[in-house]
Design a protein around this ligand. Structure first.
Ligand code: ADP
Ligand code: ADP
Length: 225
């Protein structure tokens, strides 16, 4: 079963009179356990594509099927349940809660999902990510690379089958960027997690198995790495 299937997906943003066709008819299939990079110039529709695949936003037209479930026809409440059970998100800026420690930030999605022993589970994940010395630190007390690793820990805390990352290394130096992509690769290989990463950085994209190239709202090429 493919984990991501899009059929002729279009997305238009309307601001008053102005219309922007961010996606102009995307069809694609990403198999379960695949690791895929999405590249393309700024404004080509990468973020919009990721938001629609992850159920943050609805397509204007077309079909979006994730793990066999057609999510474009879900209502808001169903969609948010689907997200919390299936999807992990990582963004360029981590959006960790500043008043909470690393441990507390990672516990939140586990608690939302209603799992047992959130504290133990969160601390296990942070330890695996080499952040055992940061459990009780707040984001401002950590380096940028550490903050992003905490954000990834939070994204995978509820064992999503699909991890979506929008420019996850865009704010990091090359060493931290490499640490982050190696972490993704490990999650992909050890857990079979399907991973989709939008990036401007070809060095990061090369760690993926396929590179999808977007231009002007269209998928223009797929390259096997
Ligand atoms: P969006 O939030 O619309 O998805 P992008 O992720 O495409 O924005 O771009 C994030 C930032 O990176 C923007 O400020 C943009 O100007 C900049 N940027 C765009 N294209 C490139 C590129 N090829 N290389 C590096 N930075 C870029
Ligand atoms: P990328 O991630 O490749 O930079 P985006 O998906 O962010 O591309 O943007 C695709 C197009 O949609 C761009 O022209 C952008 O300006 C436009 N766009 C994105 N989000 C919105 C929005 N919320 N309202 C209006 N236009 C938007």
């Amino acid at each position: 079963m493919s984990s991501v299937l899009l059929e002729n997906v279009k997305k238009v943003y309307r601001n008053g009179q102005e219309e922007v066709w961010a996606l102009k008819g995307i069809s694609l299939k990403i198999e379960k356990g695949q690791m895929v990079a999405v590249m393309g110039p700024s404004g080509s529709g990468k973020s919009t594509l990721l938001h629609i695949i992850g159920g943050i936003d609805y397509p204007t037209e077309g079909k979006v099927v994730i793990n066999g479930l057609q999510i474009d026809s879900l209502n808001d409440k169903q969609l948010s349940k689907f997200r919390s059970e299936n999807i992990g998100f990582v963004f360029q800026f981590h959006y960790l809660l500043p008043e909470f420690t690393a441990l507390e930030n990672v516990m939140i999605p586990i608690q939302i999902k209603g799992e047992k022993n959130p504290k133990e589970k969160a601390s296990d994940i942070l330890k695996k990510f080499n952040l055992q010395h940061r459990l009780n630190h707040k984001p401002s007390q950590m380096s940028g690379g550490e903050q992003q690793r905490v954000a990834i820990a939070r994204a995978v805390a509820n064992d999503p089958s699909l991890l979506i990352a929008d420019e996850p290394t865009g704010n990091l130096d090359s060493q931290n960027a490499k640490n982050v992509i190696m972490l993704f690769k490990h999650l992909n290989e050890s857990k079979g997690m399907t991973i989709i990463i939008a990036t401007h950085d070809i060095e990061i994209a090369k760690y993926c198995k396929y590179i999808y190239y977007m231009r002007d709202g269209m998928l223009v090429d797929i390259e096997k790495v």
